[in-house]
Design a protein around this ligand. Structure first.
Ligand SMILES: O=C(O)C(=O)C[C@]1(C(=O)O)C=C[C@@H](O)C=C1
Length: 278
């Protein structure tokens, strides 16, 4: 049976590039959503089998809407991670003479902030839901707009490339995750495990006590990220990315110990990690 895969649309986003790299034409029915949270919620309601969303960029850091939605609003598992090198382009209508505003996803605008400031210091930066939505808006505009997006988005919406490779740093890459209602079936090869928990921030050493459970079992953490717990100012939840899977006994034991010590906890499971080489 073909699976339905939801992602941040419209056609031509980097999210779509990930979906197309994972599934052949016959293997998946693609369903674009207007927002990252909508794509995630569609997995939870059963509208789609899987959602592909961005979670972190090497220049700009976390995609907060992804972290907050998976922590607070749904109960889903992370079933894969895919890292994509991201190369942005400035796209405009043919013959465009003047750029009054540059539109794109806020993460994409931020990844090109310095370059755009040098090329078009007077242009206003306008955030929209995705890079492909930006290209679609520019194609429908009066020609005074440009979009930051992929070459493919430029082709789809009939735009020309005013400037290529406009990301501020060539190490620009984005981490995407696949979300499903069931745990990943295969965790062989390179794997990670992600959990989120809230600790008692009023006691000294609470975070240290959690970290100790990983350190003493030689469990390697690849990322710690905090986000508001949404229970009051100064209260936080912590995301931990762990190298390896819960099939490894030291990782399983560390997670059980952490669960005992925290106020609130969610395990997103273990999942394989892939990188797209460009
Ligand atoms: O707008 C897109 O094309 C997306 O897939 C979203 C997104 C993001 O949210 O980080 C993905 C990759 C890039 O880092 C810029 C934008």
């Amino acid at each position: 049976m073909t699976r339905t895969v939801g992602y941040l649309g419209p056609q031509g986003t980097y999210c779509e590039e990930i979906v197309l790299s994972l599934y052949g034409k016959e293997e998946a029915c693609l369903k674009p959503f207007a927002g990252i949270d909508a794509a995630i919620r569609a997995v939870a309601t059963g509208e789609v089998d899987e959602g592909i969303v961005p979670v972190e960029n090497s220049l700009e850091g976390s995609v907060n809407i992804t972290l907050d939605t998976i922590a607070h609003d749904v109960n889903l598992y992370i079933t894969k991670e895919v890292v994509l090198p991201v190369r942005h382009n400035l796209l405009a209508k043919k013959g465009c003479q003047e750029i009054a505003a540059i539109v794109s996803h806020p993460q994409a605008l931020a990844q090109c902030r310095k370059t755009l400031g040098i090329l078009y210091p007077e242009a206003k930066l306008k955030p929209v839901e995705s890079t492909a939505e930006a290209a679609r808006i520019v194609a429908a505009s009066d020609g005074l707009y440009a979009a930051v997006g992929s070459l493919k988005a430029g082709e789809i919406y009939g735009l020309t490339v005013l400037a290529a490779d406009i990301q501020d740093n060539n190490a620009n890459s984005t981490r995407f995750i696949g979300l499903e209602r069931k745990q990943a079936s295969s965790t062989t090869g390179k794997c990670k495990t992600t959990l989120v928990c809230q600790i008692n921030g009023e006691r000294p050493g609470s975070l240290y006590n959690i970290l100790e459970e990983f350190a003493k079992r030689e469990v390697n953490l690849t990322r710690i990220e905090s986000r508001p717990a949404r229970t009051g100012l100064g209260m936080y939840i912590f995301f931990f990315d762990i190298e390896g899977s819960t099939a490894e006994s030291n990782i399983a034991a560390a997670i059980s110990a952490v669960e005992e010590k925290c106020l609130w906890y969610k395990n997103f499971g273990s999942y394989p990690v892939y990188t797209i080489n460009k």
